[in-house]
Design a protein around this ligand. Structure first.
Ligand SMILES: CC(C)(COP(=O)(O)OP(=O)(O)OC[C@H]1O[C@@H](n2cnc3c(N)ncnc32)[C@H](O[C@H]2O[C@H](COP(=O)(O)OP(=O)(O)OP(=O)(O)O)[C@@H](O)[C@H]2O)[C@@H]1O)[C@@H](O)C(=O)NCCC(=O)NCCS
Ligand SMILES: Nc1ncnc2[nH]cnc12
Length: 305
């Protein structure tokens, strides 16, 4: 897969100095980091039911190459929505950028939904990071979440499902009262900040490295999130199965357990057998990696100044 050796694998350069660099250079850094984080999610293995560089999980219609095409199509979107954040654009402007990005994604993938959740979640986080820069706040999880809720929280709360254009998410809401991406957004992505990110950081602090940290964050998210993709494919029984298996993995210590990899692979095989795919949790893992890398890169150089 030649694309994988291209720009996506280049390290995101350090953020430019706060007082010196242009807003554009800052937003380019944010966009590279967003794409890199989504690539990190794609590359992670094992990942129950999900597409990776190793296999297609529970999916017949998409491969890693489909995701890479989608990522290339989204680079400009993340840049533009970070710029919109700096400019304190109203929510309807962010929404317009999001809808355009969805259309670009679908063109790039031949109509397959690879990253709708990520366009929503990482897009809003890019805008919030732009707000942090505009107001001179250092990048920290609480600052990013606070900026998101302060500037777009009320509009996100009112961003209710359009029942005239049904989606798998609205179907899950109507049939099972399952919350999904919209509710996550309206509450400032608590699954990212209060579930996935702490799990990632605990594993890193324990010295088990990035791969284990991402696996632990994914299982923590699967154990917690109301994932409309899981409801769409497996109904409430499927959602219960995902939560139970993820909770069992976490309860055994996650990647601290010596046999964690065999257990994660068993979970992967079980999800594939039932056609389950926690796509919402996968998008949220991309967001966790994004917030972590943005805050760490900035901290590593002692702030922007
Ligand atoms: C707000 C929207 C994103 C609306 O979403 P809605 O709730 O109407 O549902 P969907 O159109 O179904 O998309 C939601 C996607 O969000 C992901 N997701 C699910 N649960 C959660 C959750 N709890 N938290 C966060 N994110 C969540 C999920 O994305 C992943 O699943 C994809 C595959 O999904 P799907 O196509 O349904 O299923 P397949 O298995 O492929 O189906 P088959 O055909 O094979 O059967 C996967 O790729 C991930 O991306 C959901 O897909 C929104 O659409 C919206 O308002 N858009 C406008 C843009 C906007 O307003 N932006 C605001 C500023 S950025
Ligand atoms: N790796 C992945 N596999 C399937 N669906 C996804 N949605 C986001 N990332 C995904």
């Amino acid at each position: 897969m030649p694309e994988l050796n291209g720009a996506l694998l280049l390290p995101a350069r350090m953020p430019p100095a706060f007082g010196v660099a242009t807003d554009r250079a800052f937003c380019q850094w944010v966009a590279r980091l967003a794409v890199r984080s989504l690539y990190a999610e794609l590359a992670l293995y094992p990942k129950p039911g999900l597409v990776s560089l190793v296999d297609n999980g529970s999916h017949e219609d998409m491969t890693a190459a489909t995701f890479v095409r989608s990522l290339f199509a989204l680079r400009r979107y993340f840049l533009r929505i970070a710029e919109a954040g700096i400019a304190d654009a109203p929510f309807h402007e962010l929404k317009r950028l999001g809808i355009e990005a969805e259309a670009r994604m679908l063109r790039a993938t031949g109509g397959i939904n690879t990253h709708r959740g990520a366009i929503f979640c990482l897009g809003l986080l890019c805008a919030a990071i732009g707000r942090c820069r505009a107001s001179g706040n250092a990048l920290a999880p609480a600052a990013i979440q606070g900026a998101l809720l302060r500037h777009w929280g009320p509009a996100l709360g009112a961003h209710s499902a359009d029942l005239a254009t049904p989606s798998h998410g609205t179907a899950a809401l109507l049939r099972y009262a399952a919350s999904g991406a919209r509710e996550e957004g309206a509450r400032g992505f608590p699954s990212v900040f209060a579930v996935g990110l702490p799990a990632l950081r605990r594993t890193l602090a324990a010295g088990r490295g990035t791969r284990c940290a991402r696996v632990d964050a994914l299982f923590a998210l699967m154990a917690h999130v109301s994932d409309t993709n899981v409801y769409h494919r497996g109904g409430p029984d499927g959602a219960l199965a995902v939560r139970r298996q993820a909770r069992a993995f976490v309860a055994r210590g996650g990647t601290a357990a010596p046999d964690w990899e065999a257990r994660a692979l068993a979970c992967h095989r079980s999800f594939v057998a039932s056609r389950l795919s926690p796509g919402g949790a996968a998008d949220l893992l991309g967001a966790v990696c994004f917030v972590h890398e943005a805050c760490m890169t900035q901290a590593a150089r002692g702030g922007y100044d």
